[in-house]
Design a protein around this ligand. Structure first.
Ligand code: PLP
Length: 387
């Protein structure tokens, strides 16, 4: 098939590779890890792999799948999140937006008249998913550090004390990497005597390492989570967006549905499912695993300290949450936002130190920022100049 490609087509492919490799070296504002190598898996690009159905169901007539690998990955994350040994279920998603959608869908089927409580700092996928599912919801204020304002939560809950509460906790908000405390949330629910409750932890970025932080955030199944999701293409690293969602099995079994045409259970949001990402995450748990995750976390914490100090040293007003890998600085110019792919939210720009980020990259960014400070080219001046 490759011989049908013209020299122009081949040129485009080469150009794309150069473009991506350059962009990969200027990528400081998103949580995606860049130092992975899954080349041993290239050979699977020639099979119509499809993980349709439930990876834990023993039947299934579509058999070109990677279900055993998917199960290993789910087992790994269930253990990491301290799920009860014989009471968890999960699957590999296309990312945390789908993980959040699945968790809210499950919560809706368990508590059709429940109200979803989520904070101002929750990811935009939460509001979208609430809209898709036509759920009732209440937005909770955030504290300055990005964590949920528990006083506001208690107040809003007390207005609907008779209805089930579906709560989305952020284990690492997108902008400030703030972590909500689900033990505290349970105490509030206890205090208000709200028995029918479901707590979902959106741990898109921090899920894979939150367990190794000290102090450890309260987010896992022993602390009262009903479901947890994390992204595979963020701290873990993947060329294809993906994620993991783990739920308590007894919840999922209450709503499970058998589908004749595939002879399996339709418990996932999409029908056809990516089976390559199961292999990618399997490769990760085998090559990096728990010890590797701890090591990578410590390296990133050190790199964050380094970046924090370098940025402060040139007089920038730097801020971060304790134990976070995300550093906030005042909004930088469009030029630098694009050069370094820096996500910018209102008046702040953030820098995320995840595996693959080197001191050299930080030093070059610091140099660029220093130049910008000296030229006093602020965003306001930039827009005046029509940039
Ligand atoms: C990135 C992110 C998401 C969305 O994840 P995708 O994998 O991009 O769909 C959801 N929640 C939080 C907190 C995030 O940071």
């Amino acid at each position: 098939m490759n011989k049908n490609l013209t020299s122009e087509d081949l040129g485009k492919i080469d150009q794309l590779e150069k473009y991506l490799s350059n962009k990969n070296n200027h990528f400081l504002g998103y949580p995606c890890t860049i130092d992975f190598d899954y080349s041993i898996l290239y050979k699977f690009m020639k099979y119509p792999i499809n993980n349709v159905g439930d990876a834990f169901y023993s039947g299934g007539s579509y058999q070109i799948n990677t279900h055993p690998f998917e199960r290993d990955v789910i087992d790994f994350f269930a253990q990491l999140f301290k799920a009860p040994e014989n009471n968890y279920w999960g699957y590999i998603t296309n990312g945390s937006t789908e993980g959040n959608l699945y968790a809210l869908y499950l919560a809706k089927r368990l508590y059709p008249d429940g109200i979803v409580y989520f904070s101002e700092d929750a990811h935009y996928s939460i509001e979208k998913n609430i809209d898709i599912l036509s759920l009732k919801s209440q937005k909770i204020k955030s504290q300055h550090n990005g964590e949920m304002d528990y006083t506001d939560l208690e107040e809003k809950l007390s207005n609907h004390q008779k209805l089930p509460a579906i709560i989305v906790a952020n284990i690492g908000t997108t902008v400030k990497e703030a972590k909500d405390d689900i033990k505290h949330i349970h105490q509030i629910l206890d205090h208000l005597r709200i028995k029918n409750r479901y707590i979902h932890c959106d741990a898109a970025f921090c899920g894979s390492y939150a367990q190794f932080l000290s102090p450890k955030p309260n987010f896992d199944f022993t602390e009262g989570a009903d479901s947890i999701n994390t992204s595979g293409h963020k701290f873990i690293g993947s060329p294809i967006p993906c994620g993991v969602v783990i739920v308590l099995k007894h919840h999922k079994e209450q709503v499970s549905q058998y589908v004749n045409v595939i002879d399996s259970l339709d418990d996932t949001i999409t029908g056809s499912r990516n089976g390559i990402t199961s292999l990618i995450l399997w490769h990760f748990i085998k090559t990096v695993g728990v010890e590797g995750l701890k090591k990578r976390l410590n390296e990133c914490l050190e790199m964050t300290d380094y970046a924090y100090k370098q940025l402060s040293a040139i007089g920038i007003d730097v801020w971060k949450n304790p134990n976070a890998l995300t550093i906030l600085i005042p909004r930088v110019s469009k030029k630098l936002q694009y050069k370094w792919q820096l996500a910018t939210h209102q008046e702040t720009t953030h820098i995320i130190l995840r595996p693959g980020i080197t001191k050299k990259m930080i030093d070059r960014l610091v140099k660029d920022l220093e130049k910008e400070i000296h030229s006093h080219l602020t965003t306001a001046e930039e827009s005046k100049a029509g940039l």
